[in-house]
Design a protein around this ligand. Structure first.
Ligand SMILES: Nc1nc2c(ncn2[C@@H]2O[C@H](COP(=O)(O)OP(=O)(O)OP(=O)(O)O)[C@@H](O)[C@H]2O)c(=O)[nH]1
Length: 206
């Protein structure tokens, strides 16, 4: 189960713009290209977050991620900077864990996702934070995301736990719902605001 995310560039809201082709894909002060990796336990909603961000859709019936999938999406900030996110959505199943370094190596941003109804997934998120702190780029932007915020009646991870853990580790924190779209665009906009200027450009290779 899950959200299939092997999709082309698409705009999904008025604030999102098409692929940035004016400068041939390189980063400059106004047009940033950013490699972003999503990590987290299987089933927390990584693919659904990406699908919601890129296409504005939620598909509860599509499949588990195998290996990883790649998508990109460009957003425009208020200061007219554009940020093209090159997104690697990794597979959360344990059997793919050894592949993760291929995807987070050289990433300017890591989005570490857990499910607010699953303490196990919160523990797994903490594992990924430590892994990124040890092996990620030294200036990587780390975001901690508590997804499935729409399932508040089943919540098992208090919002305060997410806030405190993120604060201690110098991370940006947000709760989202890929199902309702709550805070999905905000997640990427807040990441964009925290990027060093210009961000390191990347290629479509992991
Ligand atoms: N209620 C609710 N369900 C969600 C949300 N996001 C994802 N889901 C459901 O959670 C399940 C897993 O979502 P995926 O996006 O495939 O999870 P994943 O983290 O990509 O999983 P892997 O591909 O195994 O790593 C699916 O059944 C989704 O419909 C959400 O915000 N709210």
């Amino acid at each position: 189960m899950g959200c299939s995310a092997s999709l082309p560039d698409r705009s999904s809201s008025g604030r999102l713009v098409g692929p940035n082709s004016e400068n041939g894909g390189a980063s400059d002060a106004k047009n940033l290209r950013v490699k972003l990796v999503l990590l987290g336990d299987s089933g927390v909603g990584k693919s659904c977050i990406v699908l919601r961000f890129v296409r504005g859709q939620f598909d509860p019936t599509s499949k588990v991620t195998v290996g990883a999938s790649f998508l990109s999406q460009t957003i425009a900030l208020q200061d007219s900077t554009t940020v093209k996110f090159e997104i690697w959505d990794t597979a959360g199943q344990e059997r793919y864990a050894a592949l993760a370094p291929l995807y987070y190596r050289g990433a300017a941003v890591a989005v570490i996702v857990y499910d607010i109804t699953s303490p196990e997934s919160f523990n797994k998120a903490q594992y990924w934070v430590k892994e990124l702190q040890k092996h990620g780029s030294p200036d990587i932007v780390l975001a901690l995301v508590g997804n499935k915020a729409d399932l508040h009646e089943k919540r098992e991870v208090p919002v305060q736990d997410g806030i405190e853990y993120a604060e201690k580790n110098g991370m940006f924190f947000i709760e989202t719902s890929a199902k309702t779209a709550d805070n999905i665009n905000q997640l990427f906009e807040e990441i964009a605001k925290r990027l060093p200027r210009p961000a390191i450009s990347s290629t479509q290779n992991p």
